[in-house]
Design a protein around this ligand. Structure first.
Ligand SMILES: Cc1cc2nc3c(=O)[nH]c(=O)nc-3n(C[C@H](O)[C@H](O)[C@H](O)COP(=O)(O)O)c2cc1C
Length: 334
């Protein structure tokens, strides 16, 4: 109820401004120790890919792009946080306005384009936090890097972030960086994955620590496209997939928003994301860890994803529409 009232006022503000405004307020509240993690007695930690997750609920990438709010989100009850997307160099992202709310559909349309402080400052921010949960670092390419050189950017991020994240999320599915989704093409994907896996072998030897690698996929793939991608990931011993990023299917939102560029998240993505989970589960034959994300708006949605075979889930748009108490409500439901 309290969040519903606050949301009324928050939604009067422009979406990008309100995002930063709410995070500033939460930062102050957290500074005075007013956000305290709740104990849920029934909750048991989960061991996956050598990582011990406090619970199955994660913050999706894009909410804390610069790793500036780790302390807040871990106190809100998340079992893991995926930070980023971060790119080798800082970049401003696409011109504003670049985020809209389609309130009637419980959706968000965003075209941010990886606005972030760059990998160096990102690492400083992680170091300055009191990290106590699993941290995933979500990596991408700079907009000015030509598509043919994409792999170089991912490798730069991987090398610098290897010791700072508990897992690495390779984002090939944002619709807001030109041609990025072409990395789903089998030939380009195989080239990228081979290089990432080879680099991981070197980093593993150098630092004597193994970090799982998850690939974040688009929801706009059909079963015919999914099969070779998943077979390739399994063949190259990738540890898991994050299903899914935003969709570009504009038919899912209100007419007034259909000409706005960007990817759609929230309730309209629910079915697509769930279908991806079902299909990938079938094709991967339990060889990949699955993080399910997209349109999880209620504890029942979260429970269904776990029942369908997801190992972990993540939230973004659900938090905007339902508020931060959604995290504890899901923790109690699972
Ligand atoms: C405003 C906004 C920014 C996002 N930025 C990123 C990003 O930088 N990297 C990424 O991998 N996903 C990003 N996402 C996608 C989310 O991580 C998530 O995959 C997607 O929103 C679906 O989940 P949801 O329906 O719960 O929001 C962003 C989503 C939103 C709404």
């Amino acid at each position: 109820m309290l969040y519903r009232i606050s949301r009324f006022f928050i939604f009067l503000l422009p979406p990008e401004f309100s995002h930063h405004f709410v995070l500033k307020i939460l930062k102050i509240v957290n500074f005075f120790h007013l956000i305290k993690p709740k104990e849920i007695p029934s909750e048991k930690p989960i061991l996956l890919n050598g990582l011990l997750f406090k619970n199955r609920i994660g913050l999706a990438a894009g909410f804390d792009k610069n790793a500036e709010h780790i302390n807040i989100f871990q106190n809100l009850g998340f079992g893991f946080l995926e930070l980023g997307t971060v790119t080798p160099k800082p970049q401003p992202g696409n011109p504003k306005p670049r985020i809209y709310r389609d309130v009637n559909k419980l959706a968000i349309i965003n075209s941010f384009g990886f606005n972030n402080v760059g990998v160096k400052k990102f690492i400083d921010n992680i170091k300055a936090s009191n990290k106590s949960v699993i941290i995933g670092v979500n990596i991408g390419k700079n907009a000015i890097t030509p598509y043919e050189k994409s792999t170089d950017d991912y490798l730069k991020c991987l090398r610098q972030l290897y010791v700072h994240g508990d897992y690495i999320a390779v984002n090939i599915s944002s619709p807001n960086t030109q041609n990025l989704r072409n990395l789903h093409n089998i030939k380009d994907l195989e080239n990228l994955i081979k290089k990432i896996v080879n680099e991981r072998i070197k980093l593993h030897k150098k630092f004597k620590v193994f970090k799982p690698i998850f690939i974040k996929l688009s929801p706009d793939l059909n079963l015919k496209e999914i099969k070779p991608i998943i077979n390739l990931l399994v063949r190259h011993k990738i540890d898991g997939v994050i299903l899914t990023n935003t969709t570009i299917d504009k038919s899912l939102i209100s007419k007034a928003y259909r000409n706005i560029p960007g990817g759609i998240s929230g309730l309209p993505l629910n079915k697509k994301s769930e279908e991806m989970l079902i299909n990938v589960k079938k094709v991967s034959r339990n060889k990949l860890t699955i993080i399910s994300v997209g349109g999880i708006m209620t504890p029942q949605d979260a429970k269904r994803r776990i029942q369908l075979g997801a190992d972990l889930i993540q939230l973004y748009t659900g938090l905007i529409y339902q508020g931060p108490l959604l995290v504890d409500a899901i923790r109690r439901e699972l």
